[in-house]
Each structure stands twice: as structure tokens, then as C-alpha cells.
Design a protein around this ligand. Structure first.
Ligand SMILES: *Cc1c(COP(=O)(O)O)cnc(C)c1O
Length: 392
């Protein structure tokens, strides 16, 4: 059976060119880039080229890019190491209510260890309230961490404005850009970003590789202790194939960004328009325009997300309800609650995230099947029956 994969916010397929670029670094140039002999030089040179490529895409310097084990590690590093390094300046951190759990659970950890965290709210479209953000800054605030784009509802945050506020108050600004990097334009200088997390597997690269951008002058220590790799800031033998793969994926994505964004927006908008027009009691979650080109997120009243996903799966369609991290739990998404949805509506959510490989036929097939599934599920719902009776 053919799968229609519409869960690209959870992970993506490794592009054939990416795999091809990686393969020699498993089998031929497998040397440890930290070794002295010239055989290892090949992997070291390739790794430094990869670092420069990624730096170029972000408007950063190569020595400001650190390779990590993924987005979650970068997020943990940014928060915990900043907290530790700047504790004598203050113990207050500001973040948003709609962050990924790699940020939120790290904040909870820090709260248990003597730090205070302010969670700034978002508007009904999932955009951070800038006035609330600025008001939350105190003399002991050391860090603002706000994601570049949300992984559930796709809302794109006003990074430049957040960066300006942070700079004005002398507070560091970290952004979890895992969903945004190589998907939409980002520039660390234009946006006053001091630290940035990105991941390989959300951009058609491999899993288990990520980066952290750390602006020169941010004096945070190591998170993984051991060898002297990554300017002594991140120990552990380099994942050379992963590094090569992530840089190749980023290079391809960056070179085709405008074209891909236009294509994905066209498909996304068609999907949104058809769903809202053809499925009654549906709503779009997240901002209509300030959203990732590949993201659509809906709520359907009188529908339970999980049963919808199972029925979609039976038709070969891969989607998700909330994020991959919360699926399996019965709690509604913290993001949907943060934009003001009541529990019973938040439970009926569906996230469909497309890629450059998705076709218009895939979208039409998905909407056709979704319509039938929702009709069928509602026909079995006593709540819906009551609701329809009351309407008459
Ligand atoms: C996927 C994701 C992460 C985690 O990245 P991993 O590389 O899977 O650890 C963090 N933040 C956001 C916004 C994500 O979408």
C-alpha cells in the first residue's frame, strides 16, 4: 500500500542526495576528525565545510556553530548552561506557553533547581504577546527563549521584534528554530539571536544530529563533558556522516527555499480551503498567514483525534494529533489550550504537515477520505446527534 506521509513536522525522509553525500563518511573516510594523521584530515575538512555551510545559511560565523545530538540537546544546552553560567546575574528566564517540551520540561527542571520561569502567553493565533514579554523582563532576567515557529500549529513568531526587546534590556535571546531552520529565512544578526537550535531530521537530513548557534561573547559552558571536540564545548566523537548529511540537507533546502515555500503554500492553502469549506464545524488552528508553509492544523467538533488518526491510517494517510511527543497521552495539546480552545475541542485536532514531495492529488485524496471519516465518526456520536437536534 502507498502511504501518504503528512507528518513532516514529526520527521522527514532523508533525501537521496543527502544519503549519497553521507555514505562515503561511513565506509571510506571513517577517520576520527580529531586524529592527527592525514587520513582523518578528509573527514575533518568535510566537517568544517559543513559547519561553514550551515553558518552561511544563518548569517553566522563558522566558529559560532556547534554540532550536537539534535534539537532536544541544543535546547537543553541553551537553557541549562545559560542558567548555570549567568546565575550570579540572575535566576529568571522567560519563555512562551507554546514551546516544545524540550524547552518546557527543561524549564520545569530549572524551576526545581532554584530558577524562576515566566511563561508568556500567546494570542488566539498562537503569536506571542510582545507587550507581555517586555513587561516580564526583570533586573534578574538572564534569558528569553521563544521558538521561531511552532511545531503543532505552525505559527511564526516575530523574532526580530523579540530580539530587539532582548537586546534593549541586555538579556540573551535563544530560539528553538527546529521547525523554521532551512524552511523559512532566518538571520541571527538581523534578528538579534544569541543562541539558536536546529535539527537534521526536520529538513530531510538524518536523525540524531543538530546544531546550536552560540554568538561569540555568550559565555556558556559545556553540556556534555569529555574530550576537547567543538572548541571544548561539546565532547563526544563527531557524528561525521550526520554532520555531512545535515549540511547537505540544509544546503539543498536553502538553495530551493523560495520555490519550495511557494509550492508548499499552494498545497497548504488548497488543503485549508477545502477542509474549511467542505467539513462543517471545522476550524483552522494558528495564524492564517504567519504560518509555516508546510503546516495545517484543524479542530473538528464532536471528533476524538485518536479515532480520526486510526481511520486515516487505514486509508494510508499519516497525520498526527498534537505533536509526536504528546501522542499516546490523553492530555489535549498544551498549544491548543494556550490559544484558548476548550478541552473538548482541543481533543479533536489534526495536524497535517506536507513536504516538497506531497502532490495536489495527495491533498485531494486526503480531504476526500477525511470528509467521509468525519461524517462516519459523527454519525456514531450521541453528542453530535443531540447537537443536530438542537439546531433544528
Ligand atoms: C522536533 C523538535 C525538537 C526536537 O528535536 P530532535 O532533533 O528531535 O531532538 C525541538 N523543538 C521543536 C520545535 C521540534 O519540532
Amino acid at each position: 500500500m502507498k502511504y501518504i506521509y503528512l507528518d513532516n513536522a514529526a520527521t522527514t525522509r532523508v533525501a537521496p542526495e543527502v544519503l549519497e553525500a553521507m555514505t562515503p563518511y561511513f565506509t571510506e573516510y571513517y577517520g576520527n576528525p580529531s586524529s592527527i594523521y592525514s587520513f582523518a584530515g578528509k573527514s575533518k575538512d568535510a566537517m568544517e565545510e559543513a559547519r561553514a555551510k550551515i553558518a552561511g545559511i544563518l548569517g553566522a560565523k563558522p566558529e559560532e556553530i556547534y554540532f550536537t545530538g539534535g534539537g532536544s540537546e541544543s535546547d537543553n544546552w541553551a537553557l541549562k548552561a545559560t542558567a548555570e553560567a549567568y546565575a550570579n546575574k540572575g535566576k529568571h528566564i522567560i519563555t512562551s506557553t507554546i514551546e516544545h517540551h524540550a524547552i518546557l520540561h527543561t524549564c520545569e527542571y530549572l524551576e526545581k533547581h532554584g530558577y524562576e520561569v515566566t511563561y508568556v502567553g500567546v494570542d488566539e493565533n498562537g503569536i506571542i504577546r510582545l507587550d507581555e514579554l517586555e513587561q516580564a523582563i526583570r533586573p534578574d532576567t538572564i534569558l528569553i527563549s521563544v521558538m521561531a515557529a511552532n511545531n503543532e500549529i505552525g505559527s511564526i513568531q516575530p523574532l526580530k521584534e523579540i530580539g530587539e526587546i532582548a537586546r534593549k534590556h541586555g538579556v540573551f535571546f535563544h530560539t528553538d528554530a527546529v521547525q523554521a531552520f532551512a524552511h523559512i529565512p532566518l538571520n541571527v544578526d538581523e534578528m538579534n539571536i544569541d543562541m539558536l537550535s536546529a535539527s537534521g531530521h526536520k529538513i530531510n537530513g538524518p536523525k540524531g544530529i543538530g546544531i546550536m548557534y552560540i554568538r561569540k561573547g555568550v559565555k556558556i559552558g559545556s553540556f556534555i563533558h569529555g574530550g576537547a571536540q567543538e572548541r571544548k564545548r561539546r565532547a563526544g566523537t563527531h557524528n561525521v556522516p550526520g554532520i555531512i548529511g545535515m549540511a547537505k540537507a540544509a544546503e539543498i533546502a536553502d538553495a530551493n527555499m523560495e520555490e519550495r515555500m511557494a509550492y508548499e503554500c499552494k498545497l497548504r492553502d488548497h488543503l485549508i480551503e477545502r477542509v474549511l469549506a467542505e467539513i462543517p464545524y471545522s476550524r483552522l488552528n494558528g495564524d492564517r498567514t504567519k504560518r509555516l508553509p508546510n503546516n495545517a492544523n484543524f479542530c473538528f467538533r464532536f471528533i476524538e483525534g485518536e479515532s480520526m488518526l486510526i481511520k486515516l491510517d487505514q486509508k494510508g494517510i499519516c497525520g498526527s494529533s498534537g505533536s509526536a511527543c504528546t501522542s499516546g497521552s490523553l492530555d489535549p495539546s498544551h498549544v491548543l489550550l494556550a490559544i484558548g480552545l476548550p478541552h473538548e475541542i482541543a481533543h479533536g485536532s489534526l495536524r497535517l504537515t506536507i513536504s516538497q514531495e506531497t502532490t495536489m492529488d495527495d491533498i485531494d485524496y486526503t480531504v476526500d477520505e477525511l470528509k467521509k471519516i468525519i461524517e462516519q465518526l459523527r454519525s456514531m456520536s450521541p453528542l453530535y446527534e443531540d447537537f443536530v437536534k438542537k439546531q433544528k
